[in-house]
Design a protein around this ligand. Structure first.
Ligand code: DX5
Ligand code: ZN
Length: 227
């Protein structure tokens, strides 16, 4: 197998007092995407940032901003994040009354659309919409917090989704989010993932470009062994 691997550092573990600097640092360190976690204290039990903060970091980013909406309802926020500079917008099907409509809405705003599967979400949510997606995001932790342990059953799920994506013949990305570290990146890529979110594993060490570069290179290196 030969596959490109993208690393998406999650700003959830960055220093929120200097987000612009953190964005520039992880990009200098090799980030392919900036993963931007939006939590609403309703769909998930935590509260983070909205479109204003996305707009504020946008001038600091030379890579696409990968917005992960953990909010309910979803639709009203889609145009706001599109205007704030999102490149990708992903959402949870449980949070939308009309999943197909939300996918079309995201695409109509000029963004790539992703659907997120929680650890207990069955693959059946991909029925009838997979070919309309640019990305499937598999949660390998329950959404809401950084720094949680990787749930091993996600690997079998990634394998199954990779097979389904292959059967479409379309270049749909398969992203994994939660507990991604250098010591499990190879298994995650071997299962079929091509895009790895990493929060606490990237924003670590001396919290500077050198530490971020080391962390990103280690995760990418492990993943490429399997890709
Ligand atoms: C969790 C978020 C993740 C989080 C991952 O709900 O969606 O993006 O930042 O953090 P780590 O990589 O530390 O598990
Ligand atoms: Zn996320």
């Amino acid at each position: 197998m030969s596959r490109e691997i993208r690393i998406a550092p999650s700003l959830l573990s960055a220093d929120f007092a200097k987000l612009g600097e953190e964005v520039r640092a992880v990009i200098a360190a090799g980030a392919d995407l900036i993963h931007f976690d939006v939590m609403d204290n309703h769909y998930v039990p935590n509260l983070t940032v909205g479109p204003l903060v996305c707009q504020a970091i946008k001038p600091h980013s030379t890579v696409p901003i990968d917005v992960h909406l953990m909010v309910k309802p979803v639709d009203a926020l889609v145009p706001l994040f599109a205007q704030a500079g999102a490149g990708i917008i992903s959402f949870h099907p449980e949070a939308s009354e009309h999943v197909h409509r939300t996918i079309q809405l995201i695409r109509s705003q000029g963004c790539k659309a992703g659907l997120v599967l929680n650890p207990a979400t069955p693959l059946a949510v991909l029925d009838h919409v997979l070919e309309d997606l640019d990305l499937v995001l598999v949660m390998s932790v329950n959404p809401g917090f950084g720094g949680q342990a990787f749930i091993a059953s996600a690997l079998r799920k990634i394998e199954a989704i990779r097979r389904r994506i292959a059967s479409t013949g379309k270049p749909i990305w398969l992203e994994v989010d939660g507990g991604v570290k250098r010591d499990n990146a190879r298994a995650i890529a071997a299962a079929g993932a091509d895009t790895l979110v990493a929060g606490s594993a990237v924003f670590t060490g001396t919290r500077d470009v050198a530490a971020y570069r080391d962390a990103i290179a280690a995760i990418r290196g492990e993943a490429l062994e399997a890709a």
